[in-house]
Design a protein around this ligand. Structure first.
Ligand code: PLP
Length: 413
């Protein structure tokens, strides 16, 4: 193969277009038709959301789960059910979707950021422990990009300090941590079915309630449904405290039933493709691969490598551009800035014209708070992984990365 970089006139590493496919088919259409024929789209009257949850429970081997209108809603529901309230502190990751943080602030609790492992991008247990105060009530573990965080160490800390653990699995379907699925290890496991995730119902969410206590399940269920307690035909409408309406409709439940059947295939493909990228580039100078913990399985919502810039004679932008010229789509970093540098945290304005709840403790957020996480965002390159890619796509991705890394390898003087 020609090893001249495409950016200097060489042949592109990617010779054909990437594989694509249809996520939705007649299976979804059939379920939707059945939902409409019920003559109701309300989850409690119809059968689709119930069937979706019971299929999900069977797949995950759990007893209880609750449907929600989004992943953000699922996390808020878990926080509400866990009793997180005004002035409580919740420790979480600074590299995540804002959906992880929204529920914390709507409960008027305070997000506290802990630093990350430099290569799995999961929370660092020692950093979590260093952030614990009298106010700490919960940890939201973000399993980023399909990759499991260090759950044994995190659960040990949670037990020691009696903290609730909420797993944010929005990007991590069927991700394994030591033979257990993430989302089944903490007190709650939260998932998103928005249109960008492994499976889509347009929008939607699920909360696994990891408890054998039916009361815990009912409480979680009620927090997603204006605190209505629906037990069979009996409905309790007494209002003791605030809870939003985050109900899933039968239309989403119907699509979800068909999507769940495809989930094991989707996750299997992504796992194999991502692991093959790692095998194909792990020996390269200047590159750190997306590290997966031992005995764990990553289902790669995306693949994120890091550059060791001291071993390369180019900047990250030059690397990204050269890779793009090879026909390999990629982007520098992930979220535009580390979460706590966003204006919301810098100006401490969750609500317009108010510093509440930040002013309860006077917390401030500054650059350098989580140095490893900041370094990750400054040196990462994100590559899309998709279940519809072909073996050839993966081979050519690897070839493209190899060409660029070898060209820019810093040679001894
Ligand atoms: C997508 C996502 C969410 C929010 O899910 P929505 O369905 O978009 O509300 C939360 N956390 C993470 C890590 C996500 O990727």
């Amino acid at each position: 193969m020609d090893n001249q970089l495409a950016i200097f006139g060489g042949t592109k590493a990617k010779s054909t277009s990437f594989g694509t496919g249809k996520r939705f088919g007649l299976e979804e259409a059939q379920e939707l038709l059945e939902a409409l024929e019920q003559n109701t789209l309300f989850y409690h009257s119809g059968r689709k959301v119930k069937a979706f949850l019971s299929d999900f429970n069977a797949l995950y081997g759990v007893k209880y789960s609750v449907a929600a209108s989004s992943g953000t809603a699922a996390i808020h529901v878990a926080l509400g059910a866990a009793g997180i309230s005004v002035g409580d502190e919740v420790i979480t990751s600074p590299i995540t979707d804002q959906g992880t943080l929204i529920g914390i602030l709507y409960q008027n609790a305070i997000p506290i950021f802990a630093d990350l492992d430099p290569h799995t991008y999961g929370l660092n247990p020692a950093s979590i422990e260093s952030r614990i105060t009298e106010r700490t009530k919960a940890i939201i573990v973000v399993h980023l990009a399909g990759n499991a965080s260090d759950m044994d160490a995190i659960m040990d800390i949670a037990r020691k300090y009696r903290l609730k653990v909420i797993e944010d699995c929005a990007q991590s379907y069927l991700t394994k941590y030591k033979d257990r699925y993430v989302g089944t290890i903490g007190d709650y496991g939260c998932f998103s079915t928005n249109d960008f995730k492994h499976i889509s119902t347009g929008d939607g969410g699920i909360v696994i309630v990891n408890s054998d206590d039916e009361g815990q399940y009912q409480m979680t269920h009620a927090f997603a449904d204006k605190n209505f307690q629906r037990f069979g035909d009996k409905v309790v409408k007494d209002l003791y405290h605030l809870a939003p309406n985050y109900r899933m409709t039968e239309l989403q439940g119907a699509v979800g039933i068909a999507q769940l059947k495809k989930l094991p295939w989707i996750c299997g493909k992504r796992r194999d493709y991502g692991d093959r990228v790692t095998e194909g580039i792990r020996d390269l100078p200047g590159i750190s691969v997306h590290r997966v913990l031992e005995n764990s399985e990553c289902t790669y919502w995306f693949y994120m490598l890091r550059l060791k810039l001291e071993e390369l004679s180019c900047s990250r932008d030059q690397f990204c551009q050269a890779l793009a010229e090879e026909g390999i789509p990629n982007s520098a970093g992930y979220i535009p800035t580390i979460t706590y540098m966003q204006p919301l945290f810098q100006q401490r304005n969750a609500y317009l014209n108010s510093n509440f709840p930040f002013d309860i403790t006077g917390v401030t957020y500054s650059k350098g708070l989580c140095p490893i996480a900041e370094e990750i965002l400054d040196t990462a390159i994100r590559l899309p992984i998709n279940e519809f890619y072909t073996d050839q796509d993966i081979d050519e991705m690897i070839h493209g990365i190899r060409k660029v890394a070898q060209y820019y390898e810093r040679k001894p003087e």
